[in-house]
Design a protein around this ligand. Structure first.
Ligand code: SAM
Length: 286
């Protein structure tokens, strides 16, 4: 606990689980129990979370369409000394979720804002993607409108930082086709699904093969997902670590099979690009 956690007139921004309720922090539970009330994106969904943790607290709705009106209203309450928590349906509020307006207002009025850290799908996807994490670029959701989506992708085409995009199941293929058209069929993408949940899954390949892989089994479209996209001109050979396990598998297969076949099987097993392994093979001259 920080000393500030005990004072009054605070706005707490609390991250909540993105699938696995065990990911809620101890501090999040303490604060949720302590505040006067909670602002929630969807009071029904947050109600389920609170019930699970046996927290009884008044919930108010705070979402895209009432953000403006409610921000001013709750700012006055905080000024009077109320402690308020803001949560979204899942993960970190404000990351493709409501909250920006009230934070902006509170900053202008010098109100104490206390972040309570926790899960964020974008960050979890990035750290397991195997793509460079030293510089990255969060794009959230691309527009539903094709023209706007294409325009944004054109602006991002030469972005050389790793890109993170949120997408929904029913727009995934459309989005991947647009990426293929604009970024080129070789652009490497990692599709990460159902983080922290039972069917958590990761698959990486160039966009062309990724589309083919999904079409082989349309169940692969299902679930919550994040796309982590290699930046433009990112020399994957330099940035992508070919682990000792991959090398060992490749060398064992190569004893029995042709180089081409050994590369193909190794890349299938570890979901890595064939030409990445091939370049690696040429460079090391195994
Ligand atoms: N604020 C949230 C966060 O911190 O990640 C994101 C909210 S945004 C409205 C919801 C999107 O996040 C989903 O459409 C999906 O792209 C991504 N997402 C949320 N939970 C996820 C999960 N468990 N696995 C993969 N992606 C997830």
């Amino acid at each position: 606990m920080k000393n500030q956690d005990l004072k009054s007139g605070n706005l707490y921004i609390i991250a909540t689980p993105i699938g696995n309720y065990n990911d809620i922090s101890k501090r999040a539970l303490i604060i949720l129990n302590k505040v006067d009330y909670i602002l929630a994106e969807d009071t029904r969904k947050t109600g389920i979370l609170l019930k699970y943790f046996k927290i009884k607290k008044k919930l108010y709705s705070y979402y895209e369409y009432n953000e403006k009106k409610n921000s001013t209203f709750f700012l006055k309450k905080i000024k009077k000394g109320h402690n308020i928590a803001l949560v979204s349906d899942s993960g970190t509020p404000l990351i493709s979720d409501p909250g920006y307006r009230i934070i902006k207002l509170c900053r202008q009025k010098d109100i104490n804002i206390i972040p309570i850290p926790g899960p964020c799908a974008a960050i979890l996807a990035l750290i397991i993607s195997g793509l460079p994490t030293n510089r990255f670029c969060y794009e959230g959701f691309l527009s539903h409108k094709k023209n706007k989506r294409i325009q944004r992708l054109n602006e991002l085409k030469l972005e050389n930082r790793t890109l993170i995009i949120y997408e929904s199941t029913h727009r995934l293929l459309k989005c991947l086709h647009d990426i293929k058209k604009i970024f080129g069929k070789e652009r490497y993408i990692v599709l990460i699904k159902e983080l922290t949940k039972k069917w958590e899954n990761i698959y990486g390949n160039n966009v062309s093969n990724l589309i083919k892989w999904i079409k082989l089994d349309l169940n692969r479209l299902k679930g919550e997902l994040v796309l982590v996209i290699s930046g433009y001109n990112n020399s994957e050979l330099n940035n992508y670590k070919i682990s000792p396990k991959i090398i060992k598998t490749f060398l064992l297969l190569k004893k029995e099979l042709s180089t081409k076949k050994a590369i193909q099987i190794t890349s299938d097993i570890f979901s890595i690009k064939k030409n990445l392994l091939y370049k690696f093979y040429i460079k090391k001259k195994y």
